[in-house]
Design a binder for this molecule. Structure first.
Ligand code: DC
Length: 226
């Protein structure tokens, strides 16, 4: 965004449950503003993949922290790497999706991943669009723009089905989303929550362009440029 206002500086935090439209919004917003886009969920997915590959127990915090500590998880241009290997496709499988929600409850794993996420943003001069569950609350609590995306559960299941054509029925997808929401919102370590200084946007009846416009409005209002 230019409009004579200079380049945006700082983090735009996009939090919210699975399939609420975060990735589409974050990617397009980043393009619009000429910023990098960080998908932190992919870090939890890559960490889960590392634990699964090591044959370690997903409920054993010490073991999982040890495995994750030995691995380098990175992201570039929307693709995720585990020790330099492109794992973007593998981390989207149902098996890794379920495992990611389990490793995400482990505070030792979260600490390591949060460090990598902050470093990623630092390396890009401190400005980026960052999506996840705890971005506005824990990773970047001082972000000048915080958005909390939601959408009705039926609409979220419909989107998930459209994304993965071979998925089971809507009700099964809805159930799996609800289970992950519950785990994400009730865990002790950095639970997903709506921060008082975040703006909640319900995307059920918004198309991607409208959602981007809404957030660009917040960005213009925040006027953090340099
Ligand atoms: O956004 P996603 O579905 O790719 O996230 C995968 C898992 O990681 C999901 O169970 C929530 C968790 N997660 C998290 O705990 N904190 C984040 N910042 C991002 C994702």
């Amino acid at each position: 965004m230019s409009a004579g206002a200079g380049r945006w500086r700082g983090v735009i935090a996009i939090d919210g449950p699975a399939a609420s439209g975060k990735s589409t919004l974050a990617r397009r917003l980043a393009q619009e503003l000429g910023l990098g886009w960080l998908d932190t969920g992919a870090f939890y997915r890559a960490a889960a993949l590392a634990v699964l590959r090591a044959g370690a127990d997903l409920d054993d915090e010490r073991g999982a922290v040890e495995v994750v500590g030995r691995r380098v998880i990175s992201q570039d241009a929307g693709r995720t790497f585990l020790d330099g290997e492109d794992v973007e496709t593998e981390i989207r499988t149902p098996r890794v999706t379920e495992a990611a929600s389990k490793v995400a409850v482990l505070s030792g794993v979260r600490e390591k991943l949060v460090q990598s996420q902050r470093r990623w943003v630092e390396e890009r001069g401190g400005s980026a669009v960052v999506e996840g569950r705890d971005i506005g609350s824990v990773v970047f609590p001082d972000a000048p723009v915080k958005v909390y995306l939601t959408a009705d559960s039926e609409e979220r299941a419909r989107r998930r089905l459209a994304e993965f054509g071979d998925a089971p029925e809507t009700s099964a997808v809805q159930e799996s989303l609800a289970r992950r929401d519950r785990t994400d919102a009730t865990r002790t370590a950095s639970p997903m929550r709506l921060m008082p200084d975040a703006v909640e946007i319900n995307t059920t009846d918004l198309n991607p362009d409208q959602a981007v416009e809404r957030v660009l409005g917040l960005v213009r209002a925040a006027r953090v440029t340099g």
